[in-house]
Design a protein around this ligand. Structure first.
Ligand SMILES: Cc1cc2nc3c(=O)[nH]c(=O)nc-3n(C[C@H](O)[C@H](O)[C@H](O)COP(=O)(O)OP(=O)(O)OC[C@H]3O[C@@H](n4cnc5c(N)ncnc54)[C@H](O)[C@@H]3O)c2cc1C
Length: 291
């Protein structure tokens, strides 16, 4: 492996200045579960990796005054998945993080790294999209905030500009009695990257014909994780068995999968229909149990 230097700055300004100074030859590192492999395989030729874990706020996992969840960019998958507060109010996110690889990997891998990786198979992203999460960025021009949906711009691509790094993620407090389900299909029962996945979030809303609102996000079936707004609208109108089937088919139609070593496009598309239906049924059952 090509040798590189390692630095652990203590201020955001110093980290950003290093990224600017080593433009293209330096990258931030969090858990390094993905970055190390990319360096080792020669996808990245780096002279410097910049450890973000000692930067202010990066290890925060807290509920801020308005009830939103704040996740610092260096908070690990296990910390999110196991936190009682997250499991209580943001259960869909806890499920997504819990599904990542193995316990050992989740002890290092961060939600921030998962988001910056911008993989269509990133298992924390479907839940974050369903909750309407935003990302916080620090760079040469100071702080800025962006909806996650605008941050991930393509496979492996984000809206980060030279000298910028992710500092954290804000996840809004969901509506009362919100229920969620994350369903992941891998080649093995646990520990594998998603062949495809579906995140379903629902909550009661008297203003819709079905009495509920929905968010559905699909992973590993398009260049980025995508929402399925057509399916969401159909469910707001009708959650009868026929309505759920129509929504599952709309989600399947929204997918743009490819054939690869993990599965064929046709199989992925069909599994979107199957798992969307299953996810909606489970969320509905949970919502009804809460009433
Ligand atoms: C064996 C194995 C199994 C895996 N299984 C899964 C799985 O089931 N599901 C899944 O979603 N992923 C999986 N992954 C991928 C990876 O572990 C996750 O994406 C993980 O969340 C990455 O987090 P990290 O902290 O290790 O990121 P790192 O490897 O440190 O960084 C990842 C990328 O993000 C950039 N980056 C990190 N932090 C910042 C920041 N604050 N600002 C700007 N850029 C930043 C880095 O420069 C790098 O390009 C797996 C990886 C391995 C090796």
């Amino acid at each position: 492996m090509q040798p590189f230097d390692y630095v652990k700055p203590l201020s955001l300004e110093a980290a950003s200045a290093l990224l600017v100074e080593h433009n293209g030859d330096a990258r931030p590192m969090a858990g390094m579960t993905d970055l190390l492999i990319r360096i080792e395989r020669g996808f990245f030729h780096l002279r410097l990796v910049i450890d973000i874990k000692a930067l202010p706020g990066m290890r925060d996992l807290l509920v801020v005054r308005n009830g939103d969840l704040r996740i610092g960019a260096a908070v690990t998958m296990n910390e999110v998945a196991r936190h009682p507060m997250v499991r209580g109010s943001w259960g869909l996110l806890a499920e997504g993080c819990q599904s990542v690889a193995s316990y050992q990997l989740r002890n290092r891998a961060t939600v921030g790294g998962n988001v910056c990786n911008a993989s269509p198979a990133a298992d924390s992203v479907p839940a974050l999209l369903c909750y309407g999460a935003s990302v916080h960025i620090f760079g040469p021009d100071g702080d800025r905030k962006l909806p996650l949906a605008e941050f991930i711009t393509g496979p492996g691509r984000t809206a980060l500009q030279p000298g910028e790094l992710l500092t954290g993620i804000t996840v809004p407090l969901p509506a009362r009695d919100t229920a969620g389900k994350f369903l992941k299909l891998g080649r093995t029962a646990v520990g594998d990257i998603s062949v495809m996945n579906v995140a379903v979030l629902g909550w009661p809303d008297d203003a819709t014909p079905s009495g509920s609102q929905w968010r559905i996000a699909l992973g590993s079936v398009a260049p980025t994780v995508i929402r399925a707004p057509g399916a969401e609208r159909l469910l707001a109108g009708d959650t009868s068995s026929a309505g759920i089937e129509a929504a599952a088919q709309a989600a399947s139609a929204a997918a743009r999968p490819i054939d690869d070593i993990r599965a064929t496009a046709a199989y992925r598309r069909d599994m979107v229909r199957v798992l969307t239906r299953r996810g909606v049924e489970r969320v509905l059952a949970e919502m009804r149990a809460e009433v």
